[in-house]
Structures are given as structure tokens and as C-alpha cells.
Ligand binder design. Structure first.
Ligand SMILES: C[S@@+](CC[C@H](N)C(=O)[O-])C[C@H]1O[C@@H](n2cnc3c(N)ncnc32)[C@H](O)[C@@H]1O
Ligand SMILES: [Zn+2]
Length: 295
């Protein structure tokens, strides 16, 4: 719960660095105390409920609402997050960001990115949706340090998506989920009626040239996705985003290290095989974006 408060005042931030901003008011209004479920009030750099539970905003701009331990191997680690940030900055997944921004461009109010990582996709969406405010939820505090700085209209909160989310009912116009855990009942509860759910997942041929360096995409993922969401949502579109691109060796290494295989680099000689890559490689980048309306 309440962590130690370090001094904020002597930290120099550039004008494009939003890490020291308070959480956007719309995010504070939507959040609930993760201990008792009450409304939260922002006072200085602390969120507090009327029962006296309090949560400090970290120096890097996110709030940690967790109070239970998370199993090892759940949150993306610092090396995984660094690999993801560098990889995404180089632009190979930009077509996915642009397509997500297009489908979410009409969003107003609160857009929640469930499993937001570094906030790359949410920042693109907020650029396209000027009336929206973003909330990045992720269990990785390391990732949210970056997300908190990704956009001026973005707030970030550490949370385990498999637990009931520390948010009120129907607080969001849009929920986005990109390669992250999908909690259908919570997507439904936090979305307002008619709200938009946009889910991006890797297609079976995504990065197929990298073989077992990456972990295989489970077959029939889309059908299973519709099955799990069917009770709560009606699918409104499904778009394939697919291209081939040439990745230099460093980006091949980052693509592997930032994904689920990043938790297993010491298995199957992955680390050594990655280190030995010396040439650029053509790869297939292949995603599916599915959109749904909340029933
Ligand atoms: C493959 S990454 C995708 C990150 C981001 N959406 C992107 O595409 O750049 C999966 C993310 O889900 C987060 N995650 C995994 N399990 C989680 C959980 N139970 N609750 C919240 N976040 C979780 C990880 O920390 C990681 O940031
Ligand atoms: Zn409380």
C-alpha cells in the first residue's frame, strides 16, 4: 500500500516528459480504492479513500494499487521492457499502432489499455482521439514508468488484471487489449453500455521465420477469443494487419526478448542462439485486431 515518498521537487523533467505530472482528474475519478472499493481523492501526490487507505504516486508518475504478491513470471521484467521500448521505437509495429488508433479515434472519456506495457499503443490512440484520457493498467511497474511518460493525457496504475479491477462500473468508453491477459467480465463491467473493446493478438504466422526462438501462438486463438467474450460482447470487425519487414540483428533479439520467450531466455540455448545472429532477417509481422461492442 502506501510506499515511501521521496522528494519530487528536485527532479528535472523535459517538456516532453510527463512522468512528474499528477494523474489526470478523469483517471482519479474512475479509480477505486483497491482495499475497500471506495472513491479516491487525489491530495498532493497521494490517492486516499475515506477509510484512510492511501496510495502514493511513484516518482516516475504511476500509482501502485497492488497489495498482494504477484507470482514470478507474470510481470514483464526490466530487460523485457527495455527490449520492448527499443523495438517499438524503431517502428516495426507501427502499422498496428496506426490501425488501433484508427479504430479508437472516436473514443471520448476514458480509454483503458489493459496490459499496456510501455504505453506505446495507448499514446498513439490518445493522439488520434483528442477528447480521450488514457489509463494504462499493467502489473509491471517497470513498464508503467515508461507508460506514465508516454502521453500528457495518460495515467498509469499497477494492477493484476486477473483480480477485480480497482475501477468503478461503466467508467470507460473504450478498453484496449494488446497481447495481454483478457478478463472478459471486467472488460464488460468497466465499459459503459455500447462501449468499444479493441483486442489485438498475434496471428499464427506472426514472426514464423524465428521458429522456436519465439513461443508458438496458440492455434485458433480468434475462435477462442470470441468464445470467451461472446457472453458480454458482439463482434463488430476483424482486421488483419500483415506485412513482411527486414529486422537488423538487434531488433531480432529485441523481438524475442520482449515477448513471452523473454521469461525463458535460458531455456533451449535461446540466449546463445540470439547472440550468434549476425545478419538482418526478413520476418512476417502479422496481427489480428478484433473490435466488439459491449452488450
Ligand atoms: C506481451 S506484453 C504487451 C504489452 C503492450 N500491450 C504492448 O503490446 O506493447 C504483456 C503485458 O501484460 C502484462 N501482464 C501480464 N500479466 C498481467 C496481469 N496478470 N495483470 C496485468 N498485467 C499483466 C505484462 O507485464 C506486459 O506488460
Ligand atoms: Zn479504502
Amino acid at each position: 500500500m502506501s510506499g515511501c515518498v521521496t522528494s519530487w521537487s528536485n527532479i528535472t523533467m523535459t517538456s516532453s516528459d510527463h512522468g512528474n505530472d499528477p494523474l489526470p482528474p478523469r483517471v482519479v475519478e474512475a479509480l477505486r480504492c483497491s482495499v475497500c472499493g471506495a472513491l479516491l481523492m487525489g491530495v498532493d501526490r497521494t490517492l486516499r479513500c475515506e477509510e484512510g487507505h492511501s496510495f502514493d504516486l511513484a516518482r516516475q508518475g504511476y500509482v501502485n494499487l497492488l497489495h498482494a504478491r504477484i507470482p514470478a513470471g507474470t510481470a514483464d521484467t526490466a530487460p523485457m521492457v527495455a527490449a520492448r521500448a527499443d523495438f517499438l521505437a524503431a517502428g516495426a509495429y507501427r502499422p498496428l499502432a496506426e490501425e488501433l488508433a484508427r479504430v479508437c479515434a472516436e473514443s471520448e472519456g476514458l480509454v483503458i489499455d489493459a496490459g499496456a506495457g510501455t504505453g506505446y499503443y495507448l499514446a498513439h490512440i490518445l493522439d488520434a482521439a483528442p477528447a480521450a484520457t488514457g489509463l494504462a493498467l499493467d502489473v509491471s511497474a517497470v513498464a508503467l514508468r515508461r507508460a506514465a511518460r508516454a502521453h500528457p493525457r495518460l495515467g498509469a496504475a499497477v494492477w493484476n488484471l486477473w483480480e477485480r479491477w480497482p475501477l468503478g462500473d461503466e467508467v470507460a468508453s473504450t478498453v484496449v487489449n494488446v497481447f495481454a491477459p483478457r478478463n472478459g467480465p471486467e472488460f464488460h463491467r468497466v465499459l459503459r453500455p455500447g462501449g468499444l473493446l479493441a483486442v489485438a493478438s498475434p496471428a499464427p504466422d506472426h514472426l514464423r521465420e524465428l521458429g522456436d526462438l519465439v513461443l508458438a501462438v496458440a492455434d485458433r486463438k480468434e475462435e477462442r477469443l470470441d468464445g470467451t467474450l461472446g457472453e458480454y460482447f458482439a463482434r463488430t470487425s476483424r482486421t488483419a494487419v500483415r506485412r513482411t519487414t527486414v529486422l537488423p540483428p538487434d531488433q531480432v533479439r529485441q523481438a524475442v526478448a520482449m515477448g513471452p520467450a523473454g521469461h525463458h531466455l535460458d531455456k533451449g540455448g535461446r540466449r546463445e542462439r540470439l547472440a550468434a545472429i549476425s545478419e538482418a532477417q526478413e520476418v512476417t509481422v502479422s496481427f489480428t485486431i478484433s473490435t466488439y461492442r459491449r452488450l
